[in-house]
Write a protein of this length. Structure first.
Length: 234
């Protein structure tokens, strides 16, 4: 086994081929909304109805029967099973808030930016699954004074989930693979540096090169290059 401890980071590019739009366009807008309006705690406090509408539309998309994991999602799930069966260690860190990795069969997944199909109490942080629309009338059951629930999404200005676990895995990894991510949003943009400084081989799989600090890179649609690259590791 050439690599024992593998950490994979995925971004919007891997899900785009399944039909999920990348939130941010070239003008910095998310579905024609300013990020400050739909992806910050301040935006939610200012106009919760707008924020609920935005994420309700995203959540509903995941229930579309035509939306399915693509070959890249499936290849990662198969590789994880094979690698673990040989005694290897594997962690998939996703910046995506969809559920396509889980639907493909991936098991060791950290959804560092939360998930569309979960909601949480803004006070206690307790979350739960949620498949329907969320409104300001939906309240938590964990507080003495019931609180309006919010999407379980990590917004700008908030700390991504399980960061300690992510960093620990990166520092132990001997292979780090970045798939379909722009490399511009921190803290995930700093993962390659953490892995490289800890001695890991670093690989970028993307539509085009995003930065110059990967040891190796392969470029093209994720559904093609991810299965091809992973087959070389098997």
């Amino acid at each position: 086994m050439r690599f024992h401890h593998i950490v994979v980071l995925t971004g919007a590019g891997i899900s785009a081929e399944s039909g999920i739009k990348t939130f941010r366009d070239h003008n910095g807008l998310w579905e024609n909304h300013r990020i400050e309006d739909v992806a910050t705690p301040e935006g939610f406090a200012r106009d919760p109805a707008l924020v609920h509408q935005f994420y309700n539309q995203r959540r509903a998309q995941l229930l579309d029967p035509k939306l399915k994991p693509n070959a890249a999602h499936l290849a990662l799930a198969r590789f994880e099973q094979q690698h673990k069966a040989k005694g290897g260690r594997f962690l998939l860190i996703s910046q995506n808030v969809d559920n396509l990795h889980q639907r493909a069969g991936s098991e060791s997944v950290i959804a560092m930016h939360g998930q569309l199909q979960k909601i949480k109490c803004p006070v206690t942080g307790k979350n739960q699954s949620w498949l329907k629309d969320l409104t300001a009338a939906d309240l938590c059951h964990c507080c003495k004074t019931a609180q309006p629930l919010r999407p379980d999404i990590v917004w700008f200005g908030e700390m991504p989930y399980q960061m300690d676990e992510c960093v620990d895995a990166l520092m132990q990894a001997d292979l780090f693979i970045s798939i379909g991510t722009s490399g511009q949003v921190y803290p995930a943009a700093g993962f390659v540096q953490i892995a490289a400084e800890s001695g890991a081989h670093t690989v970028e799989l993307n539509m085009e090169p995003t930065r110059g600090d990967f040891a190796e890179g392969y470029y093209g649609p994720a559904a093609k290059i991810v299965p091809a690259y992973l087959s070389k590791l098997s």
